[in-house]
Design a protein around this ligand. Structure first.
Ligand code: NAP
Length: 275
């Protein structure tokens, strides 16, 4: 199965479907990531705060050693945690060491935490890591228009991507329009609404019409919107199922139906998180 690829605003290729690893721990994560790569996943999303960078790195290095994939064929994202915003350079080296990789494809400032007042400096520090040969692209997660404007003005660098909560029922149209104007990829976290929206009648009806599963339709809907998606699963069958979303072709009638799914933000509001 061929995952569609886009070109980021800094020129690097980026697979639009990847594996999320939040809540995957220990041996589980190693097995899941290894299986995912065997199945054709080429994009893995982790974060220092997930506590699984060692295992994610073990799986990646095992897959490379087995000849399943080359490092260049993989796209690995990790994230700078909020407590480390004033020591991004060191935190980056720690992530690199835990992952046991020579470089990381994409490093994200995980949350702006505006009350801390350090997100501009955090983004600036990670832009300075570029050019040292250990980091390809820089981006953010959970940023919103005002803080994006601020970091772009302060650094002259437009993040390649903003990873935000986004799923059928909560599709953030204004933020997506802002991203499109600036050349920022919108990446959806919780693209399956953590499984909560898969019983929505609109999703089930479109899935039945195409002979696909609700999860495949929920992901295909976001891909159709131009977003990238990082669904998480610990289940090998669901790894295959989620990857199959790239083969679902939705028509205008399907999109109109899916636009009517009811939902709301499930996790923290970035303007106030973690409060
Ligand atoms: N930047 C951020 O602040 C942020 C925040 C949250 C998440 N993320 C990233 O985004 C990724 C995805 O978000 P998420 O993990 O919160 O939520 P998600 O991917 O929307 O949903 C994961 C849940 O859905 C279930 N699931 C997966 N595939 C399924 C399928 N085909 N059918 C039915 N249920 C299925 C999983 O259960 P099983 O494992 O049992 O299959 C799990 O409970 C994370 O793993 C992480 O990498 C980033």
């Amino acid at each position: 199965m061929r995952v569609p690829v886009t070109t980021l605003n800094d020129g690097y290729d980026f697979p639009l479907l990847g594996l999320g690893t939040y809540k995957l721990q220990g041996e589980d994560v190693e097995k899941v990531v290894r299986t995912a790569i065997e199945l054709g996943y080429r994009h893995i999303d982790t974060a220092s705060v997930y506590g699984n960078e060692v295992e994610v790195g073990n799986a990646i290095n095992a897959a490379i050693a087995a000849g399943d994939v080359t490092r260049e064929e993989l796209f690995v994202t990790t994230k700078l945690w909020n407590d480390d915003q004033q020591r991004a350079g060191e935190a980056y080296q720690e992530s690199l060491k835990r992952l046991n990789l020579e470089f990381i494809d994409l490093y994200l400032v995980h949350w702006p935490v505006p009350q801390q007042g350090t997100y501009v400096s955090a983004f600036e520090q990670i832009t300075q890591l570029q050019g040292l040969g250990q980091l390809q692209s820089v981006g953010v997660a959970n940023f919103y228009e005002e803080v994006l404007d601020e970091i772009i003005a302060a650094t002259g660098v437009t993040p390649v991507l903003n990873q935000v909560e986004l799923h059928a029922g909560f599709t953030q149209p204004e933020l997506r329009a802002y991203h499109a104007e600036k050349g920022i990829v919108t990446e959806a976290w919780a693209p399956l609404a953590r499984g909560e929206n898969l019983g929505a009648p609109e999703i089930v009806a479109v899935a039945d019409k195409h002979g696909k599963t609700p999860a495949q339709v929920a992901l295909a809907y976001l891909l159709h919107m131009g977003c990238s998606v990082v669904p998480k699963t610990a289940n090998p069958q669901r790894l295959v199922e989620n990857l199959g979303a790239v083969e679902v072709e939705l028509d205008a009638e399907d999109i109109a139906a899916l636009d009517a799914v009811q939902g709301e933000r499930m996790s923290g509001n970035p303007r106030t998180f973690p409060n």
